[in-house]
Structure formats: C-alpha cells, structure tokens
Write a protein that binds this ligand. Sequence first.
Ligand code: ZN
Length: 377
Amino acid sequence: MRAAGLVRSLRAVGFGLQLRLRFGLQAVRFRQGRPGEGHGADGEGCGINDRVIDRKHDQMCCAVHSAASCRYTLYTRTKLGYLFYKRQVRKAREWFPSGHSSAHPVEVNGIKIIPVPVLTDNYSYLVVDTELRVAVAVDPADPQAVQACLEKEGATLEAILCTHKHWDHSGGNKVLKRRHSPCRVYGNAADNIPGLTHPLSDRDRIEVGRMRFRAFFTPGHTVGHMIYLLDGRALGGPCSLFSGDLVFLSGCGRMFEGSASTMLSSLDTVVSLSDSTLLWPGHEYAEDNLMFAGEVEPGNSARERKFEWVQQQRGQKLCTSPSTIGEEKEYNPFLRSHATELHRALGLQQNPDEDWTRFRARVLEELRRRKDIYKGR
Ligand SMILES: [Zn+2]
C-alpha cells in the first residue's frame, strides 16, 4: 500500500490528528494517565507507545498486512509518524518541563557526557570537549532541549550521531542542522536518516575535537541501526557506548526490521566490547526490563542487586545510566543467550544437529517473544 494512499484513506475515514498509533495488539498495552507514570517499555525503542489505531482502520489495513506491521509502516513510512512525533514532543514538554528524569553528567579529562532526557522516556546525549568547546549530539530528538544544553555549555555543535531513523531518535536532526549549518549528520544510509550528510559503514571513525568515535553497524531493530563507541582510553578513562535502541539496561530493542540471527550478531558486537565500557542507551526502561529479567532468570543475584538500586533511583526519577557492559553481561537476558539457567527457564534445548549460534538465535527469539507480550507488574 503506498504511503500517500494510506494518508488519503485515513483522512477519508476522519481520523485527522486524533489518530493514535499503537503497535501489536497483544504486544502493547495502554498506559493509564501520563506517559512516564507507568513503567512500561511498550514500544521498546519505537517511540510510539500509548497510541491507538481505530478498529475500522485496523480492519482496512489488515486486509493487506498484519495490524502490527501496518502500524509500523504508518509510523516509519508516512507523514503520520512525523506528525505523531511532533505531538509527542509537544506533550512531553508540557508534562515534563525539566525532562522526565534527572541526569548527571560524567566528565573525564575535559570530555563531558551529558544525558538529555527528552520525550517521555528517551535520552539524547551531548558529548562536549570542554577545552575546545565543541560538541557532538547523539539522537537529538527534541532539538529545543539539546539546543538549551548546548547554550549552557557554550559549545558549538559539530556533529550529530544518529543511531536510527525512528522519529524519537532522528526527529531533531534537521532543525539542529539548520541552526548549526556546518554540522555533519552521521548515520547509515539504509535507514533514511533525516538530514544525513555523512553515511557510515561498519567500523568507520568520526573525530570531533579530541573526541574519537567508532561506528558499528548493528541492524535488527532497523535495517540501518548504528551504535557509537567513544574511545576513552586516549583520555585515561573508560570507553562509552551510545547504543540507541539496540541495547538498554537489561533489555534490547524490538526486532522490527531484522531476524533473531541478525539481532544476535549485533548484540554480540556489544558483548565483544570491554567490560568497563559505559552503556548510554536510548531509553529509560531499566525498571521494567529488570522485572522481566527476574521472570526468566529468577535466581540471578546480580539482577536482584541492580533492581534494588534501580528502584531507588526511579523512586526519585533519577537516570539509571550508565551501567557497564560487564554488568549487562551479568543480568541482561538478551546478552545471555549462552546461559544454561536461561535455557532451562525458557524450556529450550540445543538440538543434536543444531549449530550453537543458531541455537542462541532461537533463544533470543523466544526471549524477545516473551518480552513483547510481557505485562509487567
Ligand atoms: Zn527505535
């Protein structure tokens, strides 16, 4: 179904801007009240939670696609996704004038990482070379919030690193690019990144001031998803990974545009990084994710300890990032497809003629399926 045709059809049945999108009927639940008051990672890295498509429209669309893929197509391929994102930004500014969470910057030898809470549960990041006063923005979904942060830091925006095309990550690219015209916009060409000026391939390097990043191609959530590793070693500190919607604290993104094997290969890239690497994900989903992890690995004491700490943090609306890759390997079930305890809990066994990686992909697929229908508390 062509995008323009879809928009016309929607108008014809009188949805207008009242339309609210929602992914997968079973996979997604409604939030009661304001977003952020609940704990759900409903869309898990899509930014289009708490929305509804009218039943009539579902019926119309399902004649062609499943309801879930139809909603996803609307969000990613039509103007409706953008309009929805704009509405989401407006509402979030109204509900959370100071951001959905309080976050503290981390600074090592003059390189400062500032989490910027945007929308209802996203994080953008500003990475600033405080000596040279130049900055890089990661996934600047709300350009106003990122601009305010830039002004506070007195830094010039030289580059935008975009992890993927979803509006809750890429929606601010063009506005910031217009305001800071020499600013480069990085991302993968396969992902239709708004304002893209510098298409990247796996392991490409990006340099801004004294900051050295390496990009990794990590498809699965989207076809062109990228993650960015800031090299801390030269500065005498840990590396930092900006993981977008590939990995969250104790979770991973939905596999919208890739198979479990593709996603597993991307997650293995994360696992291969040094344990001391700091993880800066694209969403605040820690509490919900750790609860789910408790369902599939109830005896995991590392998870229990982290969950207690996360509950304290979230009780005060404090940001739960960064964790480290070493920590994630201990409790994040999506990075533990090798773990026997997990296989037992999921009721899965490697078949005699089954390749180990293929088996781990099957474990990941089952985990993701369970998380997609997980209702939380
Ligand atoms: Zn996403």
